[in-house]
Write a protein that binds this ligand. Structure first.
Ligand SMILES: *[C@@H]1O[C@H](CO)[C@@H](O)[C@H](O)[C@H]1NC(C)=O
Ligand SMILES: *[C@@H]1O[C@H](CO)[C@@H](O)[C@H](O)[C@H]1NC(C)=O
Length: 324
C-alpha cells in the first residue's frame, strides 16, 4: 500500500507542476485534472461504497472458513453458498438474511467477522458494517417505540449511503419483539421506500435460541454412532425454524433465508482452536500441549458424556495467555 500511495502523491504533484507550466490556457484542464487526482487520492484513503472497498472475495471466504472455523461443516457450507450466490447476483430480489444459532463460543460472531473481512476491505471496522447488541443498544422495554424508529432511521440512512450495508444483530433472542417488528419490512421482497431499495443489504442474526435442540440432535447422532460430519441441515432445520418464533423472532422468521445451526464443539475442535491461537501468539503449536490445555481450561458437558465443550473457542485466547 505504501508504495502505491507514494506513487499516487508523486503523480499528483507532477501533474500539478506540468499543468502549471502551461498557464494560462490550460487553467481549466489543470483544475479538472487536479480535482480528478484529488478525488482519486481521497478515494484511495477514504472508504467508499465502490468495488474497491466493497467486494466479495469468495476464495478468501472459503479459505478462511476452511482454515479457521472448526467443527461447523453445515454452517461453513451454507454460508459460503449463500454469501457467494447473493454477492454475485447483481439484482437480488431481497436482502440476504441469515439466522445463526448455537451456544456461545461455537463461532457465530467469528463467522460474521469472516464474512465482513471478505466483503469489506476494512472488515468489521468498515463504516458499512453495523452491529447491534440487544442489551447494549435496546436495553429498556419501555422505550421500544423509540428504538424501533431509531433503528428504521439508521437502516434507511445507511442503506441509502451504501446498498451493500451489513447489519449484525447480536443476542437476537434477547431483543424485544416490538423492535424487531420495525425492521421486518426492510428484509422482505422488493421492499422500496422513497426510492431506496434494501435488496442488496445483508442482515445477520445471532442467537442462542435452538441451542438445546442442536446439542441434543448432535448428541443423539453421535451416540447412534453416526459421524458428526454426516449431520445435515435438514436434521436441524425444521425444528429450528419452528422453534425460533416461540423464542422471540416472531415476525422475522418468514424473511430469514437460512437458519444455520452451530454445533457444540468437541475437544478435538478446541485443540484446533488452541493450536491456531498458539501460532497467532508466536508460539510453536504443539499438539500434545494443546490437548493438555484443552483439558485444563475447558469444561465439558453433558454431565455424563462430557462430549462438548463450554464455552467453546471464544475465550481461549485470554485463558491461554493466563496458562502459558
Ligand atoms: C482473496 O483472498 C485470498 C486468500 O486470502 C488472497 O490471497 C487474495 O489476495 C484475495 N484477493 C483480493 C482481491 O483481495
Ligand atoms: C448508520 O448506523 C449507525 C449505527 O450503526 C448510526 O449511528 C448512524 O447514524 C447511521 N447512519 C445514517 C446515515 O443513518
Amino acid at each position: 500500500m505504501g508504495t502505491t500511495c507514494r506513487a499516487l502523491l508523486v503523480c499528483f504533484l507532477t501533474a500539478n507542476l506540468v499543468v502549471n507550466a502551461f498557464e494560462p490556457f490550460t487553467t481549466t484542464i489543470a483544475v479538472g485534472v487536479t480535482a480528478a487526482l484529488g478525488r482519486t487520492i481521497y478515494n484511495y484513503f477514504h472508504e467508499s461504497c465502490d468495488p474497491k472497498w466493497v467486494q466479495l472475495n469468495a476464495t478468501g471466504l472459503q479459505a478462511d472458513l476452511e482454515s479457521q472455523l472448526f467443527g461447523q461443516h453445515i454452517a461453513s457450507r451454507i454460508i459460503l453458498k449463500a454469501v457467494t450466490g447473493f454477492m454475485n447476483n447483481n439484482n437480488p430480489k431481497k436482502p440476504l438474511v441469515l439466522s445463526l444459532h448455537g451456544w456461545t463460543g461455537t463461532g457465530k460472531n467469528f463467522v460474521s467477522q469472516l464474512i465482513a473481512d471478505n466483503i469489506y476491505k476494512k472488515g468489521m471496522d468498515s463504516s458499512f458494517v453495523h452491529i447491534f447488541t440487544s442489551e447494549l443498544h435496546f436495553p429498556h422495554a419501555s422505550q421500544i417505540e423509540t428504538y424501533k424508529s431509531q433503528l428504521q432511521h439508521w437502516i434507511r440512512g445507511n442503506v441509502t449511503n451504501c446498498a451493500h450495508s451489513m447489519f449484525i444483530f447480536d443476542e437476537m433472542d434477547k431483543m424485544h419483539a416490538g423492535a424487531i417488528d420495525g425492521i421486518n419490512p426492510f428484509m422482505d421482497y422488493q421492499y422500496k421506500l422513497d426510492g431506496v431499495s434494501y435488496s442488496k443489504a445483508i442482515f445477520i442474526f445471532l442467537s442462542n435460541s435452538g441451542s438445546t435442540f442442536i446439542t441434543q440432535t448432535t448428541l443423539d447422532s453421535l451416540k447412534a454412532g453416526k459421524e458428526r460430519e454426516k449431520l445435515k441441515l435438514k436434521d436441524m432445520e425444521t425444528a429450528l425454524s419452528l422453534s425460533t418464533p416461540l423464542f422471540i423472532y416472531r415476525g422475522v422468521s418468514n424473511v430469514v433465508d437460512y437458519f444455520i445451526p452451530f454445533l457444540p464443539l468437541e475437544s478435538r475442535h478446541i485443540v484446533q482452536c488452541i493450536m491456531v491461537k498458539m501460532k497467532n501468539m508466536g508460539l510453536k503449536p504443539e499438539h500434545e500441549k494443546a490437548c493438555e490445555l484443552a483439558d485444563e481450561i475447558v469444561n465439558y458437558f453433558p454431565k455424563d458424556e462430557k462430549l462438548f465443550s463450554s464455552p467453546g473457542c471464544k475465550t481461549i485466547a485470554s485463558r491461554l495467555r493466563f496458562y502459558m
